[in-house]
Design a protein around this ligand. Structure first.
Ligand code: SAH
Length: 459
């Protein structure tokens, strides 16, 4: 709000003010201004008037926390659970689901205009979920010692301060239930939780992955050292109390890095994979392979991508950034040939097994960076009619775009988890004669600010 009494206003930590929220950042924080100085505020929605306390300042902007909501938005839900916002588990959960979906298509539209300077691309309404909670088929949970007790939880945003959590809100219920059982077993066997400050203790993280349809479960212990006292007894107890567990793995991360996984992975019990189904195919999924975390929405996303691709039996298709091969293998039986490329070795091993498992003979999977393998394919004279790309958040490498343009596929279907890099890449493709008309956002990550989209580019 304008404060006309103050000329050279200096905003300091702990100041209290009343501000009107004018906007939302890309990660869902409210933006309020004091005499033009922007403050980013969690749990505050556009149109709301809130009393805030300044918690941090920099030269150009600051951060505030809500003390009181004076005027609430119609888009606010009741029963906001602060820890879900503070930890970043569900940073949008204070918004109605309808408002979240609108927020997402607006974000895509802004990126296309601002970053891509693309003004004639239409953004469709976001495809949402009927039940936008308890959808994650995977949990990655830090384990720490708090008051001498082993605790599971989530780090407070931008910190390594563990907030104990037992209801993770967006994880499949069976995973939350398993975590409760697991915690009591680990406590009973006095497993030493990691202590980050002193770099002592052992158990750093737990990953649980569940087949959405199969309900098979994999537990991965990520430890500092290999030796875990009484690990065999612990595993026996786990499978006794959690009979759906088909795989218990251990990964060793000796370093104090932000990377969750280290290099060495061992099987402690059962198989080193779980299986699940997706659009009618069966997949083996191992601990380190990427697998889409929202199965219901993945089926909608892929179906949309295939509808846009409008595949013909004579088509040669490339699945770039293929993970365990799910995009290519879903359509292999409808086309002439599929080639997949992916940089993670275990994922390619899975992709090859998955082709066999589903009796698919016309799919070939290659390890390597997509940008390098594409150049080689061009040299070898391999031509694709349809190219699917599904890169990580940083988007496509410029050399990949060059190589893909040189191959001259008729259609490119771009699956994106980051509208900023999508907009950047679409603009480059546009300069190279590939035109996008429509972007379809799909909500793969309800209650969070992550945005997935699928786009068809025609040559
Ligand atoms: N299409 C798959 C995976 C998408 S996630 C699915 O829907 O499940 C993106 C994948 O790209 C990850 O598996 C990641 O390991 C892989 N990747 C990242 N950088 C890469 C690169 N430069 N070349 C090839 N693959 C890469």
């Amino acid at each position: 709000m304008k404060n006309n009494n103050v000329k050279n206003l200096v905003i300091k930590k702990n100041d209290v003010a009343v501000v009107e929220i004018s906007d939302l950042t890309h990660d869902g924080m409210g933006v309020g201004k004091i005499d033009g100085y922007p403050l980013f505020i969690e749990n505050a929605l556009p149109g709301e008037v809130v009393q805030i306390q300044v918690v941090k300042t920099t030269k150009k902007f600051g951060f505030g926390k809500v003390l009181e909501i004076r005027e609430a938005s119609q888009n606010r839900v009741e029963d906001v659970q602060n820890h879900l916002i503070r930890t970043g588990i569900a940073p949008l959960h204070h918004m109605t689901y309808e408002a979240q979906l609108t927020f997402k298509e607006n974000q895509v539209e802004n990126c296309l205009k601002r970053i891509g300077k693309l003004t004639d691309v239409q953004v469709l309404p976001t495809i949402g979920m009927d039940h936008p909670f308890a959808y994650r088929n995977k949990a990655q949970i830090p384990v720490r010692k708090i008051d001498n007790q082993l605790e599971f939880g989530f780090f407070r945003k931008n910190s390594h301060h563990l907030v104990p959590v037992s209801d993770f809100f967006i994880q499949e219920q069976e995973i939350d239930d398993a975590l409760v059982v697991l915690k009591s077993i680990l406590k009973k066997y006095q497993v030493k939780a990691y202590d980050e400050e002193n770099d002592t203790g052992n158990l750093k993280n737990i990953m649980i992955r569940q087949g959405h349809y199969s309900k098979e479960m994999m537990i991965v212990f990520i430890t500092k050292k290999k030796k875990v006292f009484k690990i065999d007894d612990i595993c026996q107890q786990i499978i006794k109390e959690l009979p759906k567990v088909k795989s218990i793995m251990q990964n060793i991360q000796p370093d104090q890095l932000n990377n969750i996984f280290g290099d060495d992975t061992f099987c402690l019990y059962g198989q080193d994979y779980i299986t699940d189904t997706l659009l009618g195919n069966t997949y083996k999924i191992s601990a380190k392979s990427f697998y889409q975390i929202n199965t219901i929405q993945t089926e909608k996303l892929y179906s949309k991508a295939f509808e846009l691709a409008d595949l013909k039996p004579s088509d040669v298709v490339i699945d770039a950034y293929c993970g365990i091969g799910t995009i290519g293998l879903s359509i292999a039986k409808k086309v002439k040939q599929v080639y997949g490329v992916e940089v993670v070795k275990d994922a390619i091993t899975d992709a090859k097994l998955n082709a066999e498992l589903n009796h698919i003979k016309n799919a070939e999977f290659i390890i390597g960076k997509a940008e390098h393998v594409f150049e080689k394919w061009n040299e070898d004279g391999i031509h694709a009619d349809v190219l699917f790309v599904d890169p990580p958040r940083k988007g496509l490498d410029p050399s990949f775009i060059d190589a893909s343009v040189a191959m001259k596929p008729e259609k490119i279907v771009y699956v994106s988890c980051n509208p900023s890099t999508l907009a950047r890449d679409l603009a480059i493709y546009e300069e190279n004669g590939y035109h996008a008309k429509i972007v379809q956002p799909i909500d793969m990550f309800p209650q969070t600010a992550h945005i997935e989209s699928v786009v068809l580019l025609n040559r």
